[in-house]
Design a protein around this ligand. Structure first.
Ligand SMILES: [Zn+2]
Ligand SMILES: [Zn+2]
Length: 241
């Protein structure tokens, strides 16, 4: 039996399929192809370092543009629902209607299938970046660490394996750990004291053949004593200068 669109009377064709009595063109014209549940989204953005919060995770970015990219591909699909007869809905691309800022209008192109025919449909969203401080920047600002081990240019899998081994066997070291932060080309590990940082550095150096370099930075007074923060850099020996 031939199917016809109840609105325009068009016959079902591969190019303009009729699903549940409505053709693709009418679905689009009536704004029913995708339901925009929310037009706006507010996302935490660290005003100090530019990290953006996607779900429970903070992701490093180099600014508004990169933050928007993460938001579009990770969060905006949750703001829409496929219309009747729509399958395989996904984000195909986007463009910025206003320039990237604390409030940005983003046009997102959704791709989907309606009655076997592929379509692309644009929807505009307003993305608000909520200026805040990420846990890392709060921790660094609070100054509640005495030492940082900065590991660079080590194969990620080797490094993770070594760290797991060291930390799983050393409860004291785990207690002295403040935070563990992935950065470009490596990991920064923050400690409450110098001894823990030195111990970890020594062990990593032995396991992975890394060169240790120590630096101090004056970090104010505490209990009448001058504090010096310890920075330990660990790099493969072939990369050291
Ligand atoms: Zn129609
Ligand atoms: Zn931050």
């Amino acid at each position: 039996m031939t199917r016809f669109c109840i609105y325009c009377g068009a016959e079902d064709t591969p190019d303009n399929p009729v699903v549940e009595g409505v053709c693709l063109r009418c679905r689009i014209k009536r704004g029913e192809i995708i339901e925009q549940v929310k037009r706006e989204i507010r996302v935490d953005f660290c005003k100090v370092c530019g990290a953006v919060r996607i779900g429970y995770k903070w992701i490093d970015t180099n600014g508004f543009n990169e933050a928007l990219h993460h938001i579009v591909y990770n969060q905006l699909k949750e703001l829409v629902k496929p219309g009747i007869g729509v399958d395989d809905l996904r984000i195909d691309g986007y463009e910025l209607v206003t320039s990237a800022s604390w409030r940005t209008v983003v046009r997102v192109y959704f791709r989907g299938i309606y009655g076997g025919k592929e379509f692309v449909y644009p929807l505009d969203f307003i993305v608000y970046l909520n200026p805040t401080k990420c846990p890392r920047c709060k921790m660094i600002e609070s100054g509640e660490f005495e030492a940082v081990v900065q590991i660079r240019d080590v194969h990620v899998k080797d490094l993770e394996k070594a760290l797991e081994k060291i930390f799983s066997r050393d409860k004291r070291l785990r207690q002295d750990l403040v935070d563990y932060i992935e950065v470009k080309n490596g990991i920064d590990i923050y400690f409450y004291n110098h001894g823990a940082a030195r111990k970890l550095s020594r062990k990593l150096s032995n396991m992975l053949g890394l060169v240790i370099k120590e630096n101090y930075e004056v970090a104010g007074m505490r209990s009448g004593k001058q504090r010096a923060r310890l920075y330990v850099s660990l790099k493969p020996s072939n990369l050291s200068h």
